[in-house]
Design a protein around this ligand. Sequence first.
Ligand SMILES: Nc1ncnc2c1ncn2[C@@H]1O[C@H](COP(=O)(O)OP(=O)(O)OP(=O)(O)O)[C@@H](O)[C@H]1O
Ligand SMILES: [Mg+2]
Length: 292
Amino acid sequence: MNILDAYTPDTTFQSFQNIYLVFELMDQRDLRHFHFHNWNKICHHQNGAPLIADIMLQLFSAIAYLHQPKLRLIHRDIKPDNIFIKQAGEGDCIVKLGDLGHARQIPPKEGQPMTMNITTCQYRAPEVMKNELYSMPIDIWSAGCVLAEILVPPNLQKPLDNALFNSDDPKIVSQMHCQLTAQTITTKFTNNRLPQWKNVEKWGEYFRYILENTLKLDPSERLKAAKIIELNPFEMLDMEKYKFQPVTDVYEEKAENFRVDWRMKIYDKLKDFNQKRMEEIQRRQNENNLQN
Ligand SMILES: Nc1ncnc2c1ncn2[C@@H]1O[C@H](COP(=O)(O)OP(=O)(O)OP(=O)(O)O)[C@@H](O)[C@H]1O
Ligand SMILES: [Mg+2]
């Protein structure tokens, strides 16, 4: 999501601790809210399946952006509440992955452990549950859970009850992970359990393929986000929409100065935002003065 403004009330670099971020408004809020209020659109005979595919491909495009070799960022909290939606014209929506509060870059040396206390239980990958080393495939697992959830009707009373792994208890969720096989995915999402879309056979087959290949217990077997986009399954969707400009500039972190460096960079950015805000206020005042 675009950051429109950023502000700190702290006046010196030494005391700098707090940041307020202003994001663009996503008028359909988040995917949980969207799913809940637009189930009729998702069920629509003609447009429902392409809508889900579009939302998922935009999500995978955002994940591919974070996972690209020059960034190597893991989001670590992908869930419907952190996927934001904005209406863009008739029946078209813009999907953005937000809330990067748990995101981090993969450590440069392979095998370095990262914190295990991440991802909301329902969307947490098996390797995290088992306290094993983890990497980018945890985001793919969470995205698979998101797809499974939006293929079925929302639960008005208890929204998380309709998650594929619908428990707050990591032990129960772990058991559910072990019970999940390609066969259970096929049974849970047979064509007659999906909304009755036009070409439900074709769409059902595609969505089951994505579920089976994102919800793999072994992280190395999970599809990569970029690969899912490359598959180009829907000739009817404009694949240009899911392409992005790869990052060219890499931030080389130096371990000893890492925190100071970042604080300084962020503090400098905040000064830029401040400057822009002041200029805008001045411009508006001048405009008002001219009008009066
Ligand atoms: N820019 C935005 N436009 C529309 N809705 C937003 C926006 N930012 C946040 N929201 C709403 O607020 C909710 C919480 O936002 P966000 O995930 O960024 O904050 P959070 O503090 O991390 O909350 P949580 O801990 O629940 O994840 C979102 O799920 C969404 O419903
Ligand atoms: Mg959030």
